[in-house]
Design a protein. Sequence first.
Length: 261
Amino acid sequence: MNRLQQALKDHPRPILGAAAYSYNPTFLELAALMGYQAAWIEMEHTFLTFAQAADLCRIASGMGMLTMLRIPNPSRTTVLQGCECGPDILDLPMANTPETIAEFVRNARFPPDGVRGFFGVSRAVKYGLNGPVSDEQQKLNRELCLMAQVETREAVERVDELCAVPGLDAIFIGPADLSASLGVPGQTGHPAVYEAAAHVIRTAKQHGKLMAAGIAPQDLPFWTSQDMDLLFCTNDIAAMKWGAQKALDQARAAVAAAPNR
């Protein structure tokens, strides 16, 4: 059983998460204290280093959150370094072909299931403290959740093939990139996006895959109506923008309403 499946035994579906787009331990700690159950640590679009990603995994995990690390590509070095950060979920963006996913799975699993290199002192294997490292590696083969992102027209059209790749545990839908690929950029609530997403979800569930997505608040009614396991519904930048804008609007309103103005 992978760690996302384990978490679903303890939390109502869908698990709700927040994303860290910057190295901001305080945000993840606040998110955990507020009740968010999962942390998305973003490396595709941001400047986070693997050292910083590992720290954010430690912090979120220490606060009882499920951790998902999105890496930028399926290369051996990238996958290995992402794995050694010790996340619960390793997520691959732009997974458009079965070959790409197969490479990702192969690099993330230890032999005999893959070709992940032996390193006996990483966070992922508890620094070698829990008995034979080989036993811990085989435990990781079972527990590390490998997730691939469907966020293009090509991936939607090939989703049955993608889900058939052995060793893949979950599918993540990226509505923003999917909207662009479908010719309606930024319109994450467009009927074409919802139709494609619903097709992906149905297909993934037929293959026994778990489902996740990163969503905008206005799209919550659609996504909560679907058979989803994990939803990320905010990020540190969006939360700062929203909070700062609300405070500024309140201050401006108070200034405008003050006497002699």
